[in-house]
Design a protein around this ligand. Structure first.
Ligand code: ADP
Ligand code: MG
Length: 724
């Protein structure tokens, strides 16, 4: 009888050629058709309601109940025309995923007749019985109410017959239980601070927004193969598996021709994404076999984050039709690249000026340097916090390995800018030749650095011409965690910048000189995180330690960065998180870390005991029969004739025993760790003792994979999983 693996392989190979994909015609004809855009709103809402939504979006004004009823009614009409029967608030709880609870529009009327109804109250607020979401103690279970409230800055849309309403998730007392609320707060904070600084250069600036572009990496695996790997199914990654003889050494997959089966999937999910208004722009093969990337054109941050969360859902839904599984985990396969979510981040004024773009004029360049130095200063001070914001169990397996960014933060500016900074730093604070020299340095920044930035792929935070690219985010993560921290620390630094400049101006300093003085001070403070070299090198590890930069190699330890005084100060003073919310978040992160690792360790034990050891032993039986037959037939000659079989038998015995002992040890270690009451301590135990045991077990299992007859190996191997 064929093994499970053989059957799965047969199924997978039968569909390795291209699949159907629905051709849709020009994208512009259906782009955004499932979104309640401003244009659609204009058609479906009475004038007063339309204005109310726009004002709520722009100025955060509250929408009155009566108006909300009108908005809801228009939305319902539109959504029903698009086939919607239900609505849901779509929120982003601390699990990192999205959550939804659908409710039907239908209500029973008189005489058994039903009718559709959607009230303003339901649009504005929903009260899901959300007591099972992690809250880190912010909600007592007896007071388990959590509310979702419509975020009117993000448009509603229809997905699979449901009207989805982007929402924040808050506790009864208004504390953030999600990723969205801190994100909105951080946008508000950086808007205020950045506007202050931007106004030195253009007093007409009234607001500054954050733009981000998120590059999404992912793996694709055939569904049949995925279903025969319990680890992929339950953990999203392989907990055992020997590397393939050929994986990414030749880098022949990177930017290679996209396999036909994959392109069919890509076209289909892109179509769905376009209908939802997600402006996908690029698609390509990534470095690892089976790995791909897509990226939309950047947009305003709330939209970009909401769309990224939606994109991850859409990709997975569409993949089902293609009998594929999208793997969003940060490190699904050992030994080859993991997946990230590069976050391209910039600031833009209401007049459309990119504040991270070195302008044409000396004034524009000074503005650029002001913002740039504020980002650097923020990172120098809070680099550990920023790195902690991307920490998770999944990212632990990725950071610092195979071309993933190092687990230490540094900023790459490119040689041109680095030279400019050096020149500015070398100037004596008093002997500025009345500013002339400094201005000429500022003026010498080339207009388009974009083309000059030598793209340093080893830096977790690189300047790429008119934006920063933060590359340490995990592929499955809600990007809000990293961006609300980034917005918060930069906001703080911009406020400080403005305070300092204002003080100098009040003391009678000339504007340009005042600004340059603070730029210099900030650049000086930022020296430790500026690094232009190879972030993967051993020298950098030593050098970064000398500079006092901390690694987030251990996520369980890194989470505590949120609780350090400087972090609490910056997050609370910018209004992004309260002290209580920080505590709660750390607890949730630790608990999630422990639970996920516990599942991984259990799955590992299960696979070894139920799949690998039995396979190894049955192969040993084959070897034993061979050895016996050899000795029966050849007598004294047998040992030399059956040397290979005997060697295999011995090696397998040793490995099976060490695997079995390793599992026992792992279970014991886990049990002991589970008895530790304090969650922080338990997480540390898991991150050290449990993880160490897991890698020992894995080593034995992976070596067995090389020794046991391929025909009786129970799980699809890397070379099979990674070929599409
Ligand atoms: P690469 O892989 O070469 O870094 P991609 O084209 O895959 O580049 O992705 C770059 C991302 O950066 C896109 O989402 C793009 O829209 C975004 N981007 C470009 N300019 C800006 C900007 N000023 N601010 C934020 N994001 C930007
Ligand atoms: Mg890219």
């Amino acid at each position: 009888m064929a093994t499970f693996r053989e059957r799965a392989l047969a199924v997978a190979s039968s569909r390795s050629s291209g699949r159907f994909c629905v051709e849709q015609g020009p994208i512009s004809t259906y782009f955004g058709q499932n979104v309640f855009t401003v244009e659609t709103m204009r058609k479906y809402l009475p004038a007063k309601a339309f204005t109310a939504v726009l004002e709520a979006r722009q100025n955060g004004l509250k929408i009155e109940r009566a108006i909300a009823d009108e908005i809801a009614s228009g939305m319902k009409t539109w959504a029903m025309e698009r086939g919607a029967t239900h609505f849901t608030h779509l929120f982003q709880p601390l699990t990192g995923a999205t959550a939804e609870k659908h409710e039907a529009f239908v209500v029973p009327g008189d005489n058994g007749i039903a009718m559709e109804q959607f009230r303003g109250a339901a649009l504005v607020q929903q009260e899901p019985d959300a007591s099972s979401f992690p809250s880190g103690g912010l909600r007592n279970t007896f007071e388990a109410r959590g509310y979702t409230a419509w975020d009117s800055t993000s448009p509603v849309f229809v997905l699979d017959g449901t009207l989805c309403i982007p929402s924040v998730f808050v506790s009864y007392n208004g504390e953030a239980l999600d990723m969205k609320l801190p994100s909105l707060r951080s946008i508000h904070s950086i808007d205020k601070a950045a506007t202050r600084v931007a106004a030195y250069f253009d007093p007409s600036v009234t607001s500054v927004k954050v733009n981000i572009g998120l590059e999404q990496e992912y793996f694709l695996v055939d569904e049949a193969l995925y279903n025969s790997r319990p680890d992929l199914q339950l953990c999203g990654r392989t907990v055992i598996g020997h590397t393939s003889a050929k994986d990414q050494q030749l880098e022949d997959h990177y930017f290679g021709a996209i396999p036909s089966r994959v392109i069919a999937f890509m076209k289909d999910f892109e179509t769905e994404a376009y209908k939802l208004g997600i402006p996908l722009h690029t698609r390509h093969n990534e470095v690892a076999p089976g790995q791909f990337e897509c990226a939309p054109i950047f947009s305003e941050i709330t939209q970009a984050i909401d769309q990224n969360m939606l994109l991850m859902i859409v990709m997975q839904k569409v993949a089902e039709k293609h009998e594929l599984k999208v793997i969003l985990h940060e490190k699904p396969f050992n030994g080859i690249n993991g997946s990230g979510k590069h976050c391209n981040w910039s600031l833009c004024t209401d007049g459309g000026v990119n504040l991270l773009s070195p302008g044409k004029t000396a004034d524009g360049k000074l503005r650029f340097l002001s913002f740039y130095s504020c980002v650097l200063k923020a990172l120098a001070e809070h680099n550990h916090l920023l790195m902690a914001s991307v920490c998770s169990l999944g990212n632990t397996w990725r950071l610092g390995g195979n071309e993933a960014p190092p687990a230490i933060l540094s900023v790459f500016s490119g040689s041109t800018l680095a030279k400019v900074f050096e020149a500015i730093l070398k100037m004596e604070s008093v002997d500025w030749e009345s500013g002339a020299k400094s201005i000429s340095i500022v003026g010498s920044i080339p207009e388009i650095i974009l083309d000059n930035t030598d793209r340093n792929r080893t830096s977790p935070f690189a300047f790429t011409g008119n934006r920063f690219e933060f590359r340490a985010l995990g592929s499955s993560a809600n990007p809000a965690s990293a961006t609300f921290v980034l917005n918060s620390i930069v906001s703080d630094s911009l406020s400080l910048f403005a305070d300092k400049v204002d003080k100098l101006l009040a003391d009678g300093e000339e504007k340009e000189k005042a600004i340059l003085t603070v730029i210099r001070e900030f650049l000086e403070a930022a020296r430790p995180i500026m690094f232009e070299g190879n972030g993967y090198s051993r020298e950098w590890q030593e050098e970064s330690a000398r500079r006092g930069l901390r690694s987030v190699g251990n996520a369980a330890e890194a989470f505590h960065a949120f609780q350090e005084d400087s972090s609490v100060k910056v997050l609370t003073s910018t209004g992004v998180l309260s002290k209580g919310e920080i505590e709660a978040r750390v607890e949730v992160m630790e608990e999630t870390f422990v639970k996920k690792l516990q599942i991984e360790a259990r799955v590992m034990g299960d696979i070894c005991l139920n799949h690998i050891i039995p396979a190894a032993i049955s192969y040993q039986n084959v070897l034993a029969r061979n050895l016996k037959a050899c000795s029966d037939i050849f007598g004294d000659e047998a040992p030399s004739l059956s040397k290979a079989a005997a060697k295999s038998f011995r090696e397998i015995s040793t490995l099976v025993n060490s695997l079995s002992d390793g599992i026992t040890d792992l279970v014991e270690t886990r049990k002991k760790a589970n008895r530790v009451e304090n969650m922080s301590e338990r997480a540390i135990r898991y991150s050290t003792e449990v993880m160490q045991r897991m890698s020992k077990v894995r080593e034995a299992a992976d070596r067995l994979e090389m020794l046991v007859d391929d025909a009786c190996w129970p799980l699809p191997k890397y070379r099979e999983l990674l070929s599409l």
